[in-house]
Structure formats: structure tokens, C-alpha cells
Write a protein that binds this ligand. Sequence first.
Ligand SMILES: *[C@@H]1O[C@H](CO)[C@@H](O)[C@H](O)[C@H]1NC(C)=O
Ligand SMILES: *[C@@H]1O[C@H](CO)[C@@H](O)[C@H](O)[C@H]1NC(C)=O
Ligand SMILES: *[C@@H]1O[C@H](CO)[C@@H](O)[C@H](O)[C@H]1NC(C)=O
Length: 413
Amino acid sequence: MERNIVFLWICAFAIVHPVVHGHQETLPQPTASDQLPLLIKMNNDFAFHLYKRLVEMPEYQSKNIFFSPFSVSMVLSELSLGAGGETKQQLLSGIGHNSSVFSTEEMHQMFHSLLEEMDQRTGVDIDVGTALYVGDKFKALPEFLEKMKEFYHSEGFTVDFSVKETLDKMNMYVKEKTHGKIKQAVDDLESDTLMFLLTYIYFKGKWDMPFNPSTTREVIFHVDAETTVPVQMMHQYESLEVYYDAELTSKVLCLDYNDSYSMFLAVPDIKRRDKTIKDLEMAISRQHIEKWRRAVQKRKVDIYVPKLSLKTSYSLNDILKGMGMADMFTDKANFTGISEERIFISKALHKATLDINEEGTTAAAVTTVSFRPMSYSPLKTLRFDRPFMIFITDKKNDNILFFGKVVNPVEKQ
Ligand SMILES: *[C@@H]1O[C@H](CO)[C@@H](O)[C@H](O)[C@H]1NC(C)=O
Ligand SMILES: *[C@@H]1O[C@H](CO)[C@@H](O)[C@H](O)[C@H]1NC(C)=O
Ligand SMILES: *[C@@H]1O[C@H](CO)[C@@H](O)[C@H](O)[C@H]1NC(C)=O
């Protein structure tokens, strides 16, 4: 068969470090669609399915994991706009769409409302978007391009995939959208590429309670029973939101960003030696994240969180195939909603980066006078000095923007 290729490229970047804030204006809150929680439930369930698939792949075993489930759900939903027949059914059931809960039309509408809503946030830098590069010899259906623009704010470009300038142009675009964070997003393009779909998510947040860099120390991180690595460990002793999840035998810390996002960190309780990160990651689900949001309580705690700089890159082809979305990668693909030409997806990539640090400059580092409680409590100290899980979520609706597991903070990708 002819090699008619659609590249799917999903990039997700999370940069978690200080931003300088000007005066904050309060924008009027948009009236969020009542159904939005249903979409978020669907996306978050998908996040856990995808995670479990990822950690089952031999090449990702015992590796750091970091990805944006939201951006993967979004791109699959976008593809379903242009898919037909069995391919469409696979995409919809793959992302967990249930037509008795909401229609596909409603799903696209809700993605649209969610994107609009995220656009309104002012306390963090968040940028979510889609770009569609269409080869000049490829005839994409105008309805598809219009819907992509209407629902997903997609930017469209007509390009010549046979020249190198196109690759440079795409890389420049991603570089700009990720504020210089990713300079070389796409390494090469196959000359028979017809269309390239790219979604990105960029997040940069400043801790509500920054860490004081002068208290960061090199300590040992326990990768597993045999392996340790030295890491730069940040520390604070503050009134912070914590929770002991007895069901998961794990300690949970919630660190807020300025404004409406926060990061959950969860580590198995070291006192229960039989509990490992494997137990945690296999038992955890969307419901736990929802429970944590309600259950965390403020208390004065010692926390130790490693500085991090992760880069991940995933080929999603096999993972999505394993989740029941196989046809789109083969000659069975039905994208009659995108073009009259027969096309299939040759590659689906996902890249993500995560950086966590104290706060950078001197700025808001709060000086605290430490009074340590004498009484024992399992939540007196939360040490993330062994494998733990992280989630960057939206406090307003529990949308999981980023999902990950840190096994070795200094692992070279
Ligand atoms: C592809 O999908 C369209 C729209 O759903 C459908 O009419 C067509 O029969 C499908 N083609 C194949 C080969 O399944
Ligand atoms: C779809 O949703 C309905 C209503 O909530 C539920 O009864 C049904 O089991 C769901 N179907 C699937 C496949 O999850
Ligand atoms: C965000 O940070 C700015 C400046 O640091 C501060 O004035 C503002 O109150 C913060 N907003 C929230 C919601 O914490």
C-alpha cells in the first residue's frame, strides 16, 4: 500500500519553577459547563489506564515516568473527529467515551469549554494547544479543519514536507510555545508525510510556599533495595496539606501552586516494609486523587522533596494498540473525515519534561521559626527519598494535567 502517513506528535512540557508575577487581575469566571466533571472523570480514568499500560512495557519498567494524560486524551478525541467506522469506535472506546453518559458532540464541546476555562487562569503559565500541519499536496476536508479550529483552537499550516525548512518551522513553533524549553522537538520528517498533528501543553507554576534554597542538601535517594543515588533534597518545615492514605499505605503531600493548580506527591509508608511503589501504582485510581483533594489537612510538617529535571519520550503506537486502538496504525485505518485519500498514522509520540526546584532566586523564601511537635505522628515527616508518584492537577475540577513516577531523580534518559 502507498505510504500515506499522518504523524501524530504529542508534546507535553511541565516546567515547575518560579515565575515573576505582576499584579493579578481577577477575570470574571466563565460559567463552566455542568457536564465538565463527566469529561474530567473520563480523562482521569484514561490517565490511569495509560499509566498502567506504560509501566507494563518492559522498556519502561523501573524507569521514571512522566506524561500528560490530558494531552493524549485530547489528541485522541481530535482524531475521532476525523475517523469513521471501526477506527472511530476504537478511538472512542479507547479514551473511555460512553455514549449513554454524553454524546461525542458534547465531548468536543466540553473539551472546548475546558480549554477556554484553562485560558482564563492567571496565577500560573499554562498553554495548551494543537497545531495541524497539512502537506500542500494533501487534500484535507475543510469540515475537519474547521472543527479542529472550533473545538480545539487548532492552528493550521499548509507546508511542504519535502523541504527541511518545514522541520525548522515546526521546531520553531514548539520552541516558542514552550517558551524556549524544547528547541528540537522533531528530529526528522519522512518525506512522504501528509499531515502532522501536534498537541502541546506547557505549564509553569510557582510554589505557593517556596522552598528555601539554603536548606537544600545532598542526600541519598533509595532507588531500590540495592541502589542509592545522591540527590539535591529540598526541605521545608511549614503548615502544609498532608494525608495518610491507609488504604494505599502511603503518605500524601499536596503542594499548591500560586493560583488553581497543585501537585500531589505520594510515597509508600517506609514503616511498612512490605509496601513498595509497585503496590501503590497498581492500587491507585482516579478515586484516590478525588479523595485526597477532600481529605488533605493542614499541619506543620517536615517535608523533603528532591529537585528534579526529567525528560521523557514515548512512542505511543504499541501502547495505544494495546488499549484497543490498533486500526488507525494499519491499512484498516478509516480517516474519511479527514480526507478522501486513504491515510493511516505512522507515529504517535509523546514527549514531556518536568523541572522542580525551590523557587530560584531569593524572593519570597519565607523564614520560619521551627517549633517541632513532640508527639509522634506518621505524618510528622514526609520524605520523598525513595520512589514516589506525582500528579499535577487542577484544584477546581481534579483534571490531571500531568502524571508521573519518580524512580531515580538523576536518571539520564
Ligand atoms: C469509514 O467510515 C465511514 C463513516 O463512518 C463509513 O461510511 C465507511 O463505510 C467506513 N469505511 C470502511 C472501509 O469501513
Ligand atoms: C455507560 O454508562 C452507563 C450509565 O452510567 C452505565 O450503566 C454503563 O455500564 C456504561 N457502559 C460502559 C461500557 O461502561
Ligand atoms: C500569586 O502570587 C502573587 C505574587 O507573588 C500574589 O500577590 C498573589 O496573591 C498570589 N496568588 C495566589 C492565589 O496565591
